[in-house]
Ligand binder design. Structure first.
Ligand SMILES: [Zn+2]
Length: 72
């Protein structure tokens, strides 16, 4: 007798995935509700700001010399 495994796994997935009441997070830049078009930011502008921060940080890190490429 086959068991309704698909049904069971489905339930499990739903329970595991428990989606929050508000799927859209807040913009980490300006704390406004995020827009679906620019998730997780509220707008493309904030996305740019975040990207800019990232770039700045990576540039600020005193990392290893740039010519450490392994191209032989
Ligand atoms: Zn924002």
């Amino acid at each position: 007798m086959p068991r309704p495994a698909s049904l069971l796994s489905r339930r499990c997935a739903v329970a595991d995935d428990r989606s929050p009441p508000r799927p859209l997070p807040r913009c980490p830049i300006c704390r406004r509700p995020a827009q679906e078009a620019a998730r997780p930011f509220c707008s493309a502008r904030c996305a740019q700001v975040d990207l800019g921060r990232w770039m700045t940080e990576s540039y600020a890190i005193p990392a290893a010399p740039a010519d450490d490429e392994e191209e032989r």
